[in-house]
Design a protein around this ligand. Structure first.
Ligand code: MOS
Length: 725
């Protein structure tokens, strides 16, 4: 068995030694450099575009919306976002003019020599003042009024979460060129087939005349889910007009100022409970700030809405949610995809309820937590793989949560101590894969090829973005066929070579696409058994078997396509049914200390237990959990995007502070494995789960330490200090 072993990461050595070639490392002969002229107002009419006559414009290529051969749109869900603004701008930094020059510095210089005049229009920056709703949802079950009428207490609270920058190590970067009539884009991206779809509309070409190839990608976290479609369109427009390759590589400032971020959110809870803490009614309102265009906001809101009740059973529920337009760059996918926002609210709300009922929040959670046989607010019956209680139990026990809570209460009573100490916990679920009928609609395909030379090549559009996709695929295929993992190559995600296995998002790559790879490999196994008499045992045997199976053809290809299990049903119109095939679960305990003088927070220990079904590669799983939790701690304690006039003004890593390895506290990670019958070897989703709950656990620990509930993030020293006044 290879699954369950710590197979070394396939992409590790090249990245560690610097041999990995990222987009900007590629030497593309004759390649020019692209630069972008952007809107300097958040909302306005474009009155004129003029070009400084002192600049040598004949040395460069200039592109505006008029050069777009097809539709001026970045196709995703709603066709509302233009590739280049034409007539109207709806956010600061919106792209208007593109320039390509042989010299990168001169491309940027040219961009400065373009003058755009605007007739300003009034902008809206406050999501509560917006009059345009992109999408809204309603989840309703039971009888809300009866629930509140029967309640002994009703507790209300409002919670706010900020934006967040992905801060992947590699900025957005794409190159484009035309080769034999095929418009090719290559770059740092999560979803090759999303880019392909967008390109067909911009260039009015069919899919065969466009090719999208992923290069080694330095992180994504959702930030390369949608934006690369925009960048690919820009680079390709320039390349076609220039008649030569063009690359666009953002620097950090541009990347942070113009690309998508996490949706800021406001969440309001009104909760009815019995006096011993049983949930009777949850009335929840969610508002998210979508920015200027719809992009993925509707689906981010959907996931946020579906996770808003938390990991609890409640008979009477109403969740009303909306995502609205404001005049800032569009917000988009970010690890957790709306769930960290709503989970922050529901989890921290337990601390308010705890104060109201004088029952500790751990007991309250235990009393209401989802278990095998529970029904969710959408009417989903949880019939297998429910590890919520076990995660909570293990995180509480290993962190010594209960005894430390008492010990810290005593410590905090002693006024002479230089610090306050606090310990807080949080627990959650995270739906794996696309929401509702999403996976059925995607109908993803993945495969394996056996070449006549005896190579085994895994075929999927799922991208390695640092999370371990390629290693995981090889391990799954290895056990499906019963040969060493080292026998498998992973094909580069290239739309001319691999089937559409869907986007690399939504914690779906292992559970959904890993399952397809496993099924396709079983097809190959059957072919070996039927046509060769056995699965080959040695590399030499594999060569012989390949010659027999391929029978002169260059390769044999085996594919599997996603099939929706008949008992998983979902109704988009009523938001009733199985919102996800299965959920992963996690609990976290954050143990911290606050300096009384400076209010600086030091996290002393994080203990987290996560039910991911099956760890295909435990070390990689642990890495995902520590990385995701640290990203969550950054959101909770350090990261504060500051917007002024609709643009992020601290768009640099010098003043937008993210945690480094030096800020990472000691972690204890406990893997809980409640197998899911439909995941490969029992595996469920893992990528986003660890990002979901550090926020509320930090806020609960700060409250334990200081006695103040701060219902917003980040909990910076400044914010903690002002809460004490
Ligand atoms: Mo994601 S945040 O589903 O790339």
């Amino acid at each position: 068995m290879n699954v369950g072993k710590n197979e070394p990461r396939r992409d590790g050595p090249a990245k560690l030694t610097g041999r990995a070639l990222y987009l900007d490392d590629l030497d593309i002969p004759g390649c020019w450099h692209g630069a972008t002229v952007r809107s300097s107002v958040p909302h306005g009419k474009i009155k004129s575009i003029t070009y400084d006559p002192a600049f040598a414009w004949d040395e460069c290529i200039v592109v505006t919306a008029k050069d777009i051969p097809g539709k001026n749109v970045v196709a995703l869900i709603e066709p509302d976002q233009p590739l280049l603004a034409d007539a109207i701008v709806r956010h600061r930094e919106e792209a208007i003019v593109l320039i390509a020059h042989a010299d990168r510095a001169l491309a940027y210089e040219a961009a400065k020599r373009v003058k755009i005049e605007y007739e300003p229009l009034p902008p809206v920056f406050d999501m509560e003042q917006s009059d345009k709703t992109f999408k809204s949802y309603l989840i309703s079950c039971g009888d809300l009024e009866a629930g509140f009428a029967a309640a002994d207490v009703i507790v209300s609270g409002e919670y706010r979460t900020p934006s967040q920058e992905h801060a992947y190590i590699e900025n957005n970067a794409v190159a484009a060129y035309e080769e034999d009539g095929v418009l090719t884009v290559t770059g740092s991206l999560q979803c090759p087939y999303y880019v392909l779809k967008a390109m067909t509309q911009i260039f009015n070409r069919d899919e065969n005349a466009i090719r999208v190839i992923q290069t080694v990608t330095g992180g994504g976290f959702g930030g390369k889910e949608e934006y690369p479609s925009m960048l690919a369109g820009h680079a390709a427009l320039l390349a076609l007009k220039a008649g030569r390759p063009v690359k666009i590589v953002y620097d950090r400032h541009e990347d942070m100022a113009v690309t998508t971020k996490r949706h800021p959110a406001i969440i309001r809870h009104r909760t009815g409970l019995t006096k011993d803490g049983k949930l009777l009614a949850q009335d929840i309102e969610v508002i998210m700030d979508g920015g200027a265009y719809a992009t993925l906001s509707g689906v981010v809101l959907s996931r946020g809405t579906l996770h808003a009740t938390g990991v609890y059973e409640c008979p009477n529920v109403r969740v009303r949610s909306k995502v609205v337009m404001t005049h800032t760059p569009p917000n988009g996918a970010f690890r957790g995809f709306g769930a960290p926002q709503t989970l922050f609210a529901v989890e921290l709300h337990w601390e308010r309820i705890s104060d109201a009922l004088r029952i500790d929040s751990l007991t309250l959670r235990r009393r209401n937590i989802l278990k095998l046989g529970s029904t969710t607010a959408t009417g989903q019956h949880l019939l297998q793989s429910v590890g919520a209680k076990e995660c909570l139990q293990k995180a509480v026990k290993n962190s010594q949560y209960v005894s430390k809570r008492k010990a810290y209460d005593r410590w905090n009573k002693n006024l002479k101590n230089p610090t306050w100490k606090g310990i807080g916990l949080s627990v959650c679920h995270h739906g794996a894969g696309f929401t509702g009928s999403g996976e059925a609609y995607l109908a993803s395909r993945a495969g394996i090829a056996l070449t006549k030379a005896g190579e085994l090549v895994i075929l999927a559009a799922s991208t390695e973005i640092g999370q371990g996709t390629n290693t995981m695929f090889a391990q799954v295929a290895s056990d499906a066929l019963g040969v060493p993992a080292s026998w498998f190559h992973i094909e580069t995600p290239d739309t001319h070579k691999v089937p559409d296995s869907g986007p690399t998002v939504a914690s779906r790559t292992c559970m959904i696409v890993g399952g397809l790879v496993s099924r396709a490999t079983h097809e190959l196994k059957r072919a070996f058994e039927n046509e060769y008499g056995r699965v080959p045992k040695t590399p030499a045997d594999l060569k012989k078997a390949a010659a027999a199976l391929c029978a002169g053809a260059p390769a044999r290809r085996f594919e599997a396509q996603y099939e929706n299990p008949p008992d998983v049903t979902w109704d988009d119109a009523t938001y009733r049914g199985d919102a996800y095939g299965v959920y992963s679960y996690a609990a976290i305990v954050v143990d911290l200390e606050i300096d009384k003088l400076t209010c600086a927070v030091r996290v002393n220990k994080v203990t987290t237990a996560q039910d991911i079904g099956k760890a295909i590669n435990p070390l990689l799983a642990e890495g995902q959990i520590i990385g995701g939790s640290t990203q969550g701690l950054g959101w909770a304690l350090l990261e504060e995007p500051i917007f002024k006039d609709g643009v992020m003004i601290n768009s640099q890593l010098t003043n937008y502070v993210i945690p480094t390895s030096l800020d990472a506290p000691p972690f204890e990670v406990i893997l809980v494995e409640k197998p899911y019958s439909r995941g490969p070897f029992g595996a469920k989703g893992l990528g986003e789960l660890p990002m979901d709950i550090p926020g509320p656990a930090v806020a609960a620990a700060v409250k334990h330490a200081t006695g103040r509930l701060i219902a917003t993030l980040p909990q910076t020293p400044e914010r903690i200090n002002s809460s004490l006044k």
